[in-house]
Write a protein of this length. Structure first.
Length: 101
């Protein structure tokens, strides 16, 4: 599960899977890109799939639309791109629910 991932872990990203953490794609023999949808953290309409080549970075919450590749985890939890943007909102919501401002 994603909650057990730490920096440096190797994960396999495949068709239809959700990227569990921010990751750098590892080189492979084919050198072909994977395509990912990043709409879960940019909001609004889903943009066209983005091609990411070996050595490129994919972000937590992205969905693999085409291809498969191994990747190394670079950031997890609040350190991910998604976590950085969600963190201030979550903190504010928690303060409101606790009766704070």
């Amino acid at each position: 599960p994603a909650c057990h991932l730490v920096r440096g872990d190797i994960v396999h990203l495949g068709l239809g899977g959700v990227v569990p953490a921010d990751c750098d794609l590892l080189p492979d023999a084919a050198g072909l890109p994977i395509q990912v949808l990043q709409g879960s953290f940019i909001g609004g309409e889903l943009p066209p799939a983005k091609a990411v080549y070996p050595g490129g970075r994919v972000f937590q919450g992205s969905i693999v639309q085409r291809g498969e590749m191994d990747a190394v985890v670079t950031d997890t939890g609040v350190r991910t791109l998604y976590g950085v943007h969600a963190g201030p909102r979550a903190d504010h919501t928690n303060r409101l629910n606790a009766g704070g401002g």
